[in-house]
Design a protein around this ligand. Structure first.
Ligand code: HEM
Length: 142
């Protein structure tokens, strides 16, 4: 049972990151094409659908299945690497919610970030992914 949960945990995690990695890439193009309403509309629509129909449901699934594993085997919570991982996951959820705020503001036409600022923000999920996967696979200290 736990192996099934783990498999779906990983599948939904990949889908979540596919969304997170692409959102600010779309915002970069949105900002750089601000004077072309047709392109802007397409990019805003793509970003809205990616966030609403892929990234957010995949996040809910990753967290839900992760919590199901904790409920199935509560001993996980006593391990330091799990506690650290959950802290990093909380930061990742904060990033996801921040992306949603930027999306809503861009939808009103308020492109308040430069394309360089969008590129920099796009790098944030990468170190979190590396750290979380290393913790989950190497399980330091256990
Ligand atoms: C509320 C959020 C989360 C909870 C409660 C959670 C919990 C868990 C648990 C209990 C396991 C099984 C550990 C094991 O038996 O090895 C696991 C595995 C794993 N988790 Fe998470 N997780 C969460 C979010 C994430 C996220 C966001 C990622 C990726 C960025 C992630 C990546 C992994 C990986 C790669 C494994 C497989 C480790 C292995 O089998 O070697 N988890 N998770």
């Amino acid at each position: 049972m736990i192996l099934w949960l783990k498999a779906f945990h990983l599948i939904s995690m990949v889908a979540w990151f596919a969304g997170l990695f692409y959102m600010f890439r779309l915002f970069v193009n949105r900002v750089e094409n601000r004077n072309d309403p047709a392109v802007s509309d397409v990019l805003q629509g793509m970003a809205t659908r990616l966030y609403r129909f892929i990234a957010t449901p995949a996040m809910v699934a990753t967290l839900g299945v992760g919590l199901a594993m904790l409920i199935a085997q509560p001993v996980y919570l006593t391990w330091g690497w799990v506690q650290l991982k959950l802290g990093l996951v909380a930061i990742l959820v904060g990033y996801h919610l921040y992306v949603g705020r930027v999306l809503r503001r861009f939808a009103t036409g308020d492109l308040y970030l430069t394309s360089r600022q969008c590129r920099i923000r796009n790098e944030i999920p990468t170190p979190l992914l590396i750290l979380i996967v290393l913790l989950a696979v190497l399980r330091p200290g256990s």
